[in-house]
Design a protein around this ligand. Sequence first.
Ligand SMILES: [Fe+2]
Length: 249
Amino acid sequence: MTAAALTHAVPDYEGKLYAATQTMDEARHVEVFERYVRKLGRIYPMAPGLKALIDATLPADHWVKIAIGMNMVVEGLALGAFHNMRRQTNCRLLRSVVELVLRDESRHVAFGNVYVGHEIASMHADDREDVAQFAFETIRSMMGMTGGPGGRGPRLRDPAFVQALEDAGIDAHDFALGMKEALEQGIRPDQEPDAIHAYRDLMMPALVRVGAVTPRTRELYEKEEIPVYEDAGVLESLEDRDTDEIARA
Ligand SMILES: [Fe+2]
């Protein structure tokens, strides 16, 4: 639905052609994941924060906002999750599905990165601030969903996460207390060394690179203690790698 909204909203022919192909890609992804999920014992509900993010993006009043919400934020999350899933899963079917989906996803994220940058650069300053404000609010609501900059907070407002804990025999209340104690003692959950952190490595550097973070909103991020990461190293290496993979495919 969001990709279809983008097809309507982008002003030019090439953009519409691109967004139409993305709409088709997403329909294919929905179909394949729907079929995969049906094979699993349990289907978890969508995280409310993710739904809120998509609901805020869908009716946005400028195509750049839709592209930021969908192609940069939601798909940045997806790209990070898929890369990590591909590495971690021991299900061959899931791995091959994810590999195929990833080829499409990196194209979708690339669209946001290339197209949005041009548009923001040519915008009136007031419009640029409006877009930067939208980006900030989107990121802030995403933070509420993942429980903070490191995604390390107890995500106990997410019924699916609570359900997953229960399924694993872990009491949600105990879990929250344990996380809080660990944080107070300065213990941070370890990430595998080559795991991709969607917010730190993909989303924030991409938003900075396209000009969707202005000096004014930088102060808002600071006030909310949301770190603004600018190092696009991981993003760029993925872009190169994904481009190579697409070329080989
Ligand atoms: Fe996508």
